[in-house]
Design a protein around this ligand. Sequence first.
Ligand code: MN
Length: 375
Amino acid sequence: MLKVGILGSTGSVGSQTLDVIRKYKEQIKVELLGASKLSENLINQIKEFKPSYVYVENTEEKNIDDTKVLVGEDGLKQAVNLDLDLFVNAIAGIKGILPTYLLLKYNKTLATANKEAIICLGELLKDKYKKILPIDSEHSAIFQILKDRNQKEVRRIILTASGGPFVNMPAEDFENITVKQALNHPTWIMGKKITIDSATLMNKGLEVIEAHYLFSMPYEKIDVLIHPESIIHGMVEFVDGTVISNMSNPDMKIPISYALFYPERKFLSNNYLDFTKIKSLNFLKPDTEKFPLLKLAVECGKKGGVYPTVLTVADEIAVNYFLEERIKFTDIHKIILETLEKFDYNKLDSVDDVFYIIDKTINLATEIAKKYGSA
Ligand code: MN
């Protein structure tokens, strides 16, 4: 019996992880669930999966049925120290950084969908990333293809992007994009923050940095292609000209299950690709004029140091403001740019520095976002 812990269990990846586990209950036991609060959804999950522990940020409760409640930062430290076979970090955004840091520090087996942690911890933890089982679909694709291939054989890796809902919209209409339009992703079902990041293509920029660290791949060897059908999730081109691609219908349960049962593959559903129904697979170069955040993210990745962290945190603040309908879609880029320009701290030698930079960026980006909000 595989014992797993799932942090962020009520989110999009978390609940899809539980969907997969439901099919294989006699092989997997959920020992830990975690979410920000004891919502009705989380309580239902506790009643169904009966984990020994549940972690939440804040509550007065000590137990839910036979499940012990772990609370706050001390609770989190206890949770990540449990003796489990696998931890899944399905937490969305920068809240996922501390759990990933602790899990890697304690040498736990980690499957993660949280790219923010890998980007922000960056260089500091780079020796620990080899053991990570990526859930992000593109990175799962590349992981499945690369396995233990010699780096020297790889000419480049290609991350695909659906392009989001605005790939065909003229740039002059971007100012008037509504939250509802931006949340209407054409191919993937995901949480809100990442769906907005997909609409700006920031998500792909963050994924380039994520790939750089996960696979210790130089930026020169990472390419991005818009592929609206979302059938090919990632490709590796080898020096002899061979390209190996990873294909499936877009369904997060596939990379989730690959990480859960690695290296075994399991039946999930009959949602198999029908090649006779795929009329065409299209690929185009991303338009970085229309989607400046992709370019900005890669630039920040290449600069390294504090830049990827400031970029990631400023983006999360700006995206939250957009989701609350306080700023325009096009302000997201402006807020991030201004935060990067005004950021005056350049030391990044320790994990403490990372958390300090996160706090500092939250304050600065919030100040800047408020200014755009009043306009
Ligand atoms: Mn992805």
